[in-house]
Ligand binder design. Structure first.
Ligand code: DSN
Length: 426
């Protein structure tokens, strides 16, 4: 690069990623092909519209690229339709809301502290100001079991237009059949939407259930978590795709068309074609048999890490994990808040995030928990046998926090170990 100042900063981040271990469950290391697509000339191009129906000329290559991303996404998730243009997960969710709901309509979604996402009705968000979100929770936080009977009651009482299954901080599986039963309690058409951002790669690989197999109409996701693609979003749907001149009627059958119109021109302008090309690359990688092995290993590693953390004295929310992520109550385990633990681990090159636990008495900036996961470390080739070592480092860092010398020597140990497990460069 000619801009040395920026180059140095990027190099710093590259080194941070190589020398430390990424435990944030929503992060990953992408392939060289994904990086190359992201850094391509496609970033120069405006392509408002959809393949074959654009508002600018010069689309002979971009049309093919977007269509390839769409076709691969549909195949991966058994969808009738894929919109690969959302810039990230939050706009993908907002686009579905605006495609289907009218202001004031009711949505059932998981409570934030019980594992839901900000865009699932946090009062600070724009959608929460427009729509009436009614939260559901876990029935038993020692097992993580969702209160499905209560969801049914809420559906009967509030007659939601949309029921949302999905999470960003929930370490267990969802029972999609129960959500479909709740939707059946609604008199009119109720959209079943799954926000699968965290587990999209696991679904694509076939190691976790696909909500479409249980009657869901829409899946939203990001493309950069377990799916290991570029930072971005996507909306998959079941229904009929058409291109009417006027807005189609709001029916479940018309959902794909309603979504396309909600994304563009409803919410976004020009799609990021370099990101869409990188999505196509990532989807191609996820279609390969090796990706299933990768997804299986993520789950094995998460389960082994959860066991090892328990051995080291961490109290785990729901008692363990059934997916790629782990939530630990560090207040209960060590009398410390999540911020202190996050900083102690940062000091030795282990990156995770502080996180609220269900009905957390502590504020979000000093919550009682930490959240971590295994997608990125699995990409580096780590396996079950390495998980006790990570759990031990975590406990040691907590014990010696504040002692710079001890933290430095732990950091060196982590770095040396990781030299045998480099960030893949192919
Ligand atoms: N920020 C993402 C996560 O870390 O789960 C969700 O949007």
């Amino acid at each position: 690069m000619i801009d040395i100042e920026v180059e140095k900063l990027i190099e710093g981040e590259r080194q941070r990623q190589r020398e430390g271990l990424e435990l944030i469950p929503s992060e990953n290391y992408v392939s060289r092909d994904v990086l190359e697509a992201l850094g391509s000339e496609l970033t120069n191009k405006y392509s408002e519209g959809y393949p074959g129906k654009r508002y600018y000329g010069g689309q002979e290559w971009t049309d093919k690229i977007e269509q390839l991303a769409i076709d691969r996404a549909k195949k991966l998730f058994k969808a009738d339709h894929a919109n690969v243009q959302p810039h990230s997960g939050a706009p993908a969710n907002e686009a579905v809301y605006s495609a289907w709901l009218e202001p004031g309509d009711t949505v059932l979604a998981m409570d934030l502290s019980h594992g839901g996402h900000l865009t699932h009705g946090n009062p600070m968000t724009r959608s929460a100001k427009l729509y009436n979100f009614v939260p559901y929770k876990q029935k038993d936080i020692t097992t993580g079991e969702i209160d499905y009977e209560h969801i049914k009651e809420l559906a009967r009482e509030h007659q939601p237009k949309l029921i949302l299954a999905g999470f960003s901080g929930y370490p267990r599986d969802l029972d999609y059949v129960k959500f479909a039963e709740a939707a059946a309690e609604v008199d009119g058409e109720c959209l079943l939407m799954a926000d699968m951002a965290h587990i999209a790669g696991l679904i694509a690989a076939g190691v976790k259930d696909n909500p479409f197999d249980y009657g869901f109409h829409v899946i939203t996701t990001t493309t950069h978590k377990t799916l290991r693609g570029p930072r971005g979003g996507m909306i998959l749907s079941r229904g009929t795709v058409s291109t009417p001149l006027k807005a189609p009627e709001k029916t479940l059958e018309n959902i794909p068309t309603l979504i396309d119109r909600a994304v563009f021109p409803g919410m976004q302008g020009g799609p990021h074609m370099h990101v869409i090309a990188a999505k196509a690359v990532a989807f191609g990688e996820a279609l390969k048999p090796e990706f299933r092995q990768y997804a299986e290993q993520i789950l094995k590693n998460a389960s082994a890490l959860a066991d090892a953390m328990k051995d080291e004295g961490f109290s785990l929310v729901t008692g363990g994990t059934s997916n790629h992520l782990i939530l630990a109550d560090v207040q209960a385990s060590f009398g410390l808040d999540g911020k202190v633990v996050e900083e102690a681990l940062d000091a030795i090159g282990l990156t995770l995030n502080k996180n609220s636990i269900p009905d957390d008495p502590n504020p979000p900036f000093r919550p009682s928990g930490i959240r971590l996961g295994t997608p990125a470390l699995t990409t580096r080739g780590l396996r079950e046998e390495h998980m006790p070592l990570i759990a031990r480092w975590m406990r040691r860092a907590i014990e010696v926090r504040g002692d710079e010398g001890m933290l430095d020597s732990l950091r060196t140990e982590v770095h040396k170990f990781l030299m045998d497990y480099p960030v893949p460069t192919n």
